[in-house]
Design a protein around this ligand. Structure first.
Ligand SMILES: NC(=O)C1=CN([C@@H]2O[C@H](COP(=O)(O)OP(=O)(O)OC[C@H]3O[C@@H](n4cnc5c(N)ncnc54)[C@H](OP(=O)(O)O)[C@@H]3O)[C@@H](O)[C@H]2O)C=CC1
Ligand SMILES: Cc1cn([C@H]2C[C@H](O)[C@@H](COP(=O)(O)OP(=O)(O)O[C@H]3O[C@@H](C)C(=O)[C@@H](O)[C@H]3O)O2)c(=O)[nH]c1=O
Ligand SMILES: [Mg+2]
Length: 304
């Protein structure tokens, strides 16, 4: 592509994040090629090398992933192929091509076994296959020799694809009461806000060979439990005439799942703010924007 445009290759193009990276208002001179399984199977490392070598890409954003956390527990080989070997193949190809790679990773690399926000330098200790395989991808990128940013995020939600907001609205439409875990703490992340942060980092890595590299955390600002998140979803949904349900807080032990989730996966934004000047918006605001898209703007408050 010798058109003077900087082409960014994005994997996971049909996912939540890939969809928002396509919708992002890239400045003139930038273009995104977002691919998913129809164009390239991430289990095919030879095809990955060929894809990167096929064009003069400006950068790769590695967003594609095996994100079914519970299913991964019984599908280890596929999870590792997609979450670890594919990023390894991309990173190797990027190093060869001399282009940067932005690898998206997860809060689930942490064990969650302490209070406070996890810093980028804190020790990792994944509790399940999904987190372990994503950590494998991180390590491959980190040791590849490619200039990189590894951006860990958490609890990704959007108006498109599968996520907790859409599950709550769907289940809440037919159930008056929902039981939701109230002892796992984290920060929801709008795929739209994440896409904007990743675009900013990617463009800087491409334009400035001295741009900061390393590991970063991005989530929306503020902390909540899944039950607290569900309550706010229904409060904001009801204000828009959407589904509402009562949320009964339960313990993790009362909601058994194949994969163990971290009790605390709050992410510190210090590194991304310091190096890239990124200040994530509050998760409640991000939720409101997603519900605006799904349900329309809130009805006027008639009590005043
Ligand atoms: N969702 C979340 O809560 C979080 C996500 N992340 C990370 O953020 C990134 C983006 O996540 P998100 O957009 O939510 O994930 P999604 O599951 O919405 O999107 C991932 C995409 O990757 C595709 N994919 C899976 N396997 C393959 C394969 N073998 N070949 C080609 N494509 C494949 C999926 O296709 P298909 O749907 O057909 O499987 C899907 O379109 C991922 O790296 C994820 O690990 C980090 C923290 C939280
Ligand atoms: C649907 C439902 C879930 N839960 C619990 C299960 C779980 O602990 C929590 C959230 O459910 P989810 O299935 O969305 O959780 P999960 O799929 O684990 O979400 C994770 O996805 C991966 C890809 C990540 O990287 C993580 O950051 C995180 O977002 O809520 C309830 O307690 N009640 C319910 O009715
Ligand atoms: Mg899930």
């Amino acid at each position: 592509m010798s058109d003077g445009v900087k082409h960014v290759l994005v994997t996971g193009g049909n996912g939540q994040l890939g969809t928002e990276l396509k919708r992002y208002a890239w400045p003139e001179g930038w273009a995104v090629t977002a691919i998913d399984i129809d164009e390239l199977d991430l289990r095919d490392t030879a095809a990955i090398a060929a894809m990167v070598a096929s064009e003069s890409w400006a950068a790769v954003i590695s967003a594609g992933a095996y994100t079914a956390v519970d299913k991964a527990e019984s599908d280890i080989v596929t999870a590792w192929a997609v979450n670890a070997m594919a990023p390894a193949a991309f990173a190797e190809a990027c190093a060869k091509a001399g282009i940067p790679i932005v690898q998206v990773s997860t809060d689930y690399v942490f064990d969650g076994a302490r209070d406070g926000a996890w810093d980028v330098t804190d020790p990792v200790a994944p509790l399940g296959v999904y987190g372990a395989s994503k950590l494998g991808g991180e390590l491959a990128v980190r040791t590849s020799g490619a200039r990189h940013a590894i951006v860990r995020t958490a609890w990704v939600v959007s108006a498109h694809g599968n996520n907790f907001i859409k599950t709550m609205l769907r289940v809440g439409a037919t159930n008056p009461t929902l039981r939701v875990v109230d002892d796992q703490h984290g920060s929801p992340t709008s795929a739209t806000d994440l896409a904007a942060a990743l675009a900013k980092i990617t463009m800087r890595l491409v334009e400035d060979s001295a741009a900061p590299t390393g590991t970063y955390h991005f989530s929306n600002a503020g902390a909540v439990t899944w039950a607290g998140f569900a309550r706010e979803i229904f409060a904001q949904s009801a204000a828009r005439g959407g589904a509402s349900a009562e949320v009964q807080g339960i313990t993790t032990a009362e909601y058994p799942t194949p994969a163990t989730r971290p009790a605390n996966s709050l992410l510190s934004h210090d590194a991304i703010t310091r190096d890239y000047g990124i200040h994530p918006p509050a998760w409640q605001t991000a939720l409101g924007n997603i519900l605006d898209e799904l349900l329309g703007a809130p009805k006027k408050d008639i009590s005043q």
